[in-house]
Design a protein around this ligand. Sequence first.
Ligand code: FAD
Length: 322
Amino acid sequence: MVLAFLELEQGEISELSLQMLNLAADIAAQMNTGVQAVLVGEDGRTAAGDLAAYGISEVHVVEHEELVDYAPEALAQGLLQLMAALQPKALIAAGSDRGNELLARVSVRGELPMAANCIAASAGEGLRVTRVRWGGSLLEEAVLRGCPALLTVMAHMLAPIEASPAGSEPNISSFQTTLNADDLRVRVTAREPVGGGVSLNNAPVVVSGGRGVGSAEGFDILEKLAGQLGAAVGCSRAVTNNGWRPHSDQVGQTGAQISPELYIACGISGAIQHMSGCRGAKRILAVNTDPEAPILQRANYAVTGDLHEVLPALSAEIDKLA
Ligand SMILES: Cc1cc2nc3c(=O)[nH]c(=O)nc-3n(C[C@H](O)[C@H](O)[C@H](O)COP(=O)(O)OP(=O)(O)OC[C@H]3O[C@@H](n4cnc5c(N)ncnc54)[C@H](O)[C@@H]3O)c2cc1C
């Protein structure tokens, strides 16, 4: 059996987890076995019913009174205990920050082989995976020997698994994990809101700024445009390095991986590490003073000009429509 670790986003199975289920189902079919799901805690139990639409009939809910929020070491321990009981052939998770962190911890604690950011796999002697390296500039073939194999699925490279008319409710079983104080050293203790409201991960439109914005205050015009479009504000690493925006706004290899309908890249050159975060965007509009900037090779639309003139002009036109 292939065990699929599912993440939730506002109580629902996350988009990246649905993409991951596509590869999970493929690997399970090659192994002549099925996919079983693992979720965490009370919220996981509530979301488990949704899995009938994806052909999953067995769901395991890892539970512990202290496991109420993200706690990667405790979760890793819980997954290792669950795997000892179920003996899956593979454990697969989304290639999100959390999915990658969690499986890395499972790998170290359990001395199991792991490959991150996979896009394909073939089962044979060991599990041969194709995985994305170096921000998308290299596809690497690797073989995972050892059981269970651990892998995460590169974000936004596979389509989400398609829902079919709901079958029968899955069988949901509780797995009570045993944890000690050490397992709970790393956990969420408080949450503070960041940014203006629209989440970067789900926003249909993202207005993103790079070094060309020039300063933290320079982002006011991006904020204004984002407010008019119901968009989120993102940025490049040059911006977070300069302390103009928090890291939670960063798009790219070491930031968020997003797939908006429209990505408006202002004063961003289009380095490969940046583009790996917005490769899932359906459309890219670049605003750049340099007509040779690399981002123009990826952009669907481009305005060659100073963003400090272009964005206020765009906002003024939108104001006229209101
Ligand atoms: C391991 C590693 C991981 C990395 N991870 C990330 C990551 O997650 N995300 C990320 O973004 N980067 C990442 N980087 C950094 C990346 O390589 C680039 O350095 C970075 O993306 C450049 O940011 P930028 O485009 O804002 O700046 P620059 O490359 O300096 O580009 C600025 C652009 O603004 C234009 N411009 C200047 N003034 C104006 C103006 N007034 N109006 C319009 N256009 C203007 C310029 O023509 C230029 O194209 C990573 C690098 C490494 C080595």
